[in-house]
Ligand binder design. Structure first.
Ligand code: ZN
Length: 301
């Protein structure tokens, strides 16, 4: 089975928080059978140093490649069962602001997914945090056109609702949310409403459920059961072909009490099985849906 995860902050931790111990290690990914781990170049909240920091994170991946054999893909469709590979993303469109050329530059480095904002307002769009009702900015559409040009997915995690709906209505490619949960189960500004989830499915998009306990449950005491509740809810809204995992490991303050690293992902699959999901449905959620999303993006559907 191919297992994909669409968000972790491990490269930021490796590059800029050397005192911390990442849980996304090759050993844990292999234990959990992860085929494709998306590692983000975090560029939100870094001001003028966005580019410099992203490059430090990129250098961390190059070191992991040289020392531990981390293998970066040019397309998610290179994911293979029994192998562990890395997909690069960007979190914080600040990094593209100085020049649209930056989109092509980071595409050449392997970036295939980009969140337009993190928690701060930038020249592209407005974040969910703060409740802005402004849509995508003119500069943002220029950047989005360049992203569509190279099939770089537009990631709506952290984006405000107005920006989300503008992408649903006007972007030439289906958007995705790399690490967000269902607001109906846990009303947090980072989570998606039922209307947003239905729209994502109708538009051919994709949603990676975040494992952060505070996005899963209001009391913040969440486990594998709660991750599966969110997956279940999204499936019941008709998005069973548009959902998977976006753990946010190494970026969240604490993990679910029974899911501490990629090594624990099989426990989620087990819980889905226990709830009556059959093998094809489990394979879709584990990674099949994510790969199908990129087949649509790359025109290979
Ligand atoms: Zn994030």
């Amino acid at each position: 089975m191919i297992i994909c995860d669409t968000h972790c902050d491990t490269l930021y931790m490796r590059a800029l928080q050397p005192e911390q111990t990442p849980c996304v290690t090759m050993e844990n990914m292999k234990k959990g059978g992860v085929s494709l781990q998306t590692c983000t170049l975090f560029a939100g909240s870094t001001g003028e140093r966005a580019h410099e920091k992203a490059m430090a994170e990129y250098a961390a991946l190059e070191r992991l490649a040289a020392r531990e054999g981390w293998e970066k893909v040019a397309s998610p469709l290179e994911a293979e069962e029994g192998r562990t590979k890395i997909l690069l993303s960007v979190e914080g469109g600040e990094i593209f602001e100085d020049s649209v050329e930056r989109v092509y530059e980071f595409h050449a480095r392997g970036v295939r997914m980009a969140a337009l904002t993190w928690n701060n307002e930038n020249g592209i769009a407005s974040p969910a945090k703060g409740g802005s009702t402004a849509g995508i900015k003119p500069r943002g559409w220029e950047i989005l056109r360049a992203m569509a040009d190279v099939h770089m997915a537009a990631d709506t995690s952290h984006l405000n609702e107005a920006g989300f709906w503008a992408l649903i209505d006007r972007h030439s490619q289906p958007p995705m949310a790399s690490h967000s949960c269902a607001a109906a189960l846990c009303p947090h500004f980072r989570n998606l409403t039922d209307a947003q989830i239905r729209a994502m499915a109708a538009r051919g998009g994709w949603i990676g459920v975040n494992f952060y306990p505070r996005f899963l449950r209001e009391d913040g005491r969440a486990g594998v059961r709660d991750i599966c509740d969110h997956i279940d809810h999204i499936c019941q809204l008709g998005a069973h072909k548009h959902v998977g995992f976006g753990s946010d490991f190494d970026g969240i303050e604490y993990t679910p009490y029974d899911c501490h690293s990629p090594a624990d992902i099989p426990a989620i699959l087990e819980e889905l099985r226990r709830r009556g999901y059959d093998q094809p449905a489990i394979e879709d959620i584990a990674g099949g849906n994510f790969l199908a999303y990129y087949r649509r993006l790359e025109g290979k559907a």
